[in-house]
Design a binder for this molecule. Structure first.
Ligand SMILES: *Cc1c(COP(=O)(O)O)cnc(C)c1O
Length: 359
């Protein structure tokens, strides 16, 4: 046995067996047009400045002005907001706060991959309750899972990544009721700025609800790594016990505060309108292509598209430097590719290349 293997066998068994999350960035490619990570095509960075910020002191554990601004933006009290290192840290925190290693979470595939990875790295079980064919919740399946296993957190994503649809309100309400007094519901609203309706107001009614938010998508600040958990103050206090002492670096605090100023929010909203208009255009152009079988409805900045031969389409675009996110290997998503809505010129490059795909 060589030395590397020796060290591997020291690691926790779950970690030895874990496949790391295949983020868009890790998959790589030598592209010129990146439409694989649901990033915004624009960023407010030109208007953000570190000013005279200094870095010799630790940041505030929960930066008060940043929290106040996000609370304002979300229509909540500051006691209902926790700032995190991206939405991903919020996901992990809820698991580490609520789940013993003998507990499980429920996820509803096809959905975002980090819920399962975060649970597995914490040694927590993952129960998959597949969505219905129309991408809705299988509430009976979730109820059954909760009756037979110690489920502490149910993760749902609306609008859902990678399908793009929102869950019907009656299904979410039924889920909140089902879990009351038994399990936390995490509602991932990473794409909420592109959608019609947030469930923030439901926090008043449901003490077991936690909502994940991020500056990575509509705000155009994926590089900042800043997100938020919205929940009632009791939940925020519990999460605060588990989060690292200084999770948000001073440069992030300074820049995120500016992005959440009234003019920063207005710019974001303007950019969202442009992206939604581009999404409409892209969707209708895609529907005219012979290689496209279905463009799914989306309340996000991306489109899930079913092709008649997605491996071929994905590969041809990859070779042309247009990098998309293949979903072919996910349950229910045979021949599907997720396409981030880019800038006008990026979308044109994509459409031009797709027009050359021969069947
Ligand atoms: C992008 C994303 C997140 C969080 O991303 P961060 O960059 O960590 O804030 C969370 N959930 C979903 C569904 C996402 O797509």
């Amino acid at each position: 046995m060589n030395k590397l293997n020796d060290i591997n066998s020291l690691a926790r068994l779950t970690v030895q067996e874990l496949t790391a999350y295949q983020s868009a960035r890790k998959i790589g490619g030598t592209g010129t047009v990146w439409l694989n990570a649901n990033e915004a095509p624009q960023t407010p960075c030109d208007e953000l400045s570190l000013g005279d910020a200094k870095f010799n002191r630790y940041p505030e554990p929960q930066p008060s002005k940043l929290i106040a601004r996000y609370a304002d933006y979300a229509g909540l009290n500051p006691t209902q907001v926790l700032a995190t290192r991206g939405g991903d840290e919020g996901i992990e925190l809820v698991i580490r706060t609520f789940c013993e290693p003998t507990d499980s979470i429920v996820i509803c595939p096809p959905t975002y991959g980090m819920y399962a990875i975060s649970a597995k790295t914490a040694g927590v079980g993952v129960i998959e309750v597949m969505q219905t064919p129309s991408f809705g919740l299988d509430l009976d399946g979730i109820a059954k899972a909760m009756d037979t296993q110690a489920v502490k957190v149910v993760f749902v994503c609306s609008p859902n990544n990678p399908t793009g649809n929102v869950l019907p309100e009656r299904e979410l309400t039924a889920l909140f009721e089902l879990c009351a007094g038994r399990a936390m519901v995490v509602l991932d609203e990473a794409y909420i700025e592109y959608a019609q309706k947030s469930y923030v107001s439901q926090l008043a009614e449901y003490p077991h609800l936690a909502i994940i938010r991020t500056l990575s998508k509509a705000f155009g600040l994926a590089g900042l790594r800043c997100g938020f958990v919205l929940a009632n103050s009791q939940v925020i206090e519990l999460l605060s016990k588990v989060i690292a002492p200084y999770p948000i670096a001073v440069p992030v605090v300074v820049l995120a505060e500016q992005a959440l100023s009234p003019s920063g929010i207005a710019k974001m909203q303007q950019a969202v309108l442009q992206t939604l208009a581009e999404k409409q255009r892209l969707a209708s152009e895609l529907k005219t292509l012979p290689s496209v079988e279905q463009v799914f409805d989306s309340e996000t900045n991306y489109l899930l598209v079913r092709f008649n031969d997605s491996p071929k389409v994905f590969e041809q675009l990859w070779q042309a430097g247009i990098i998309l996110r293949h979903q072919h290997h996910n349950p229910m998503l045979e021949n599907c590719i997720r396409i981030t809505v880019g800038s006008v010129s990026e979308n044109d490059a994509l459409l031009n290349q797709l027009r050359t795909v021969l069947l």
